[in-house]
Design a protein. Sequence first.
Length: 485
Amino acid sequence: MTVTIKSEITFKFLLSDMQMNYGLNILTETSQNDEQIKTAKKIFVPVALSGIPQLFLINSNVWQRQQQQRLQQTSQQSQRGIEIIDSRTVSNSEIKEEPIDSSGETSQCTPLPEFSQLIKNHLEENNLSAVWGTFVDECAKYYYERFPNIQNSSEYQAIGRKMFRKYPAIECEGKEPWSFFCKSLSQKIRHIKWKVKRKRLGLTSRRIRKSKEGAANNLKRKVDRRYTSSKQYKALLKELSDGWTNKTISDKRILDILQQTSKGRRTWLNSHTYRRVFSLIEEYPCFADGKYVVRDFLYLLNFEDTSEMMQRLDTLFTAAGAMMDPPVENISFLQKVQILRFMEDQIAFSKGRNSSIKSVVVHKINIPEREMLQQVQSNENSSPLLFIFSDGVELQKAFIAGDKTIIHTNTTDLGEALIILIATYYTFSMDYPKSFSQILGLLQTYVVGESYESIKSNRYTAFVSMLTANFALDFNENENEDDDD
């Protein structure tokens, strides 16, 4: 057997060539029936190749070890010879390229993040669910900064496999114990890439602010301002109303009608400044069910579901809870209510020493179920609030109430109920009232992912600065303080 390798000087020269988009070939020469056959394996540095999984390339010891293994295997085969040559000296017809197999080695060499102390504590306690959103955020930020082109499923699987081996606490139901983690991580990284792309292209935020407060102009909607009550529009509304009343319309058909009438509905809302909630539900009775409020909200934002928003909300609760004295870590329903009150108190406009902070959530305890609706009251043209009922431990019922109208959330999860509350302001195109504007603006920023561009209190700005300084929340706020605060 003969192994021929060019001089060390040539090898370094070729590495220098690779920096200029040249590569190396490991050429294998085999003799069969007096015929010389050449096959070559191309090796590139990361900057010279974008089509191969990036984690595989960046971890240089991966391909180095693979080449060592191949050399050992080759030494056992007497008919093979190896030489390292410049790729320009071999014609395409002489080279048979082989795919790189990174499945085995990548997972062993994939680096893991250095987590914050909060995450470390929960990993050690095997209680990651309480800080899942923060955990995914820290992972996404770490991998995106180091591997911005990560996209292959095999790369995410390698990360998940390695993460699970070191931190079994990430296990969730799925095809593999790390499958849900991989899905959460890929979603978060896609969102980061989307934000970076919009910023690079100079695209503005989706919302326009014409008033000082609120969310009515949050979305940059391309709407014909002249409302035309066409025959088709009226026919669709009648079909929806009759089908809803008689319970003969399917869920799919309701969603179809909401999408077909979306443009006309936005125009209709812009022409109704008084009693929007009451009037719109008269036109669209399905909006009395929070499910359809959320579906319209998702349609406006072009989101598929609320899963990412739920993760962000959990992250916000965890981060804010850690700022409390004493810190709140194992978050239950009552602790979430406590954290929500804490955030409202920290960011609200100053009202004076003896003034109480109005809350966007009304919590009632130990109310018999048959009496709950009687306890849900609102004034004409009032802004929506969230009414929650509990037994003192767990959430039992939740309703959105405003403008003498009730929207049923049909959930016993406080996070879902809060998202329906936010969705109500979007779907009904309503401004945030000043008394609730800061907490709703905070939720809009850190849960919906849309920057709140209206007036912020000085306390709001200080609170956000503390959040971003200590936790990987990944949203930036434009400062626009109210100097009169």
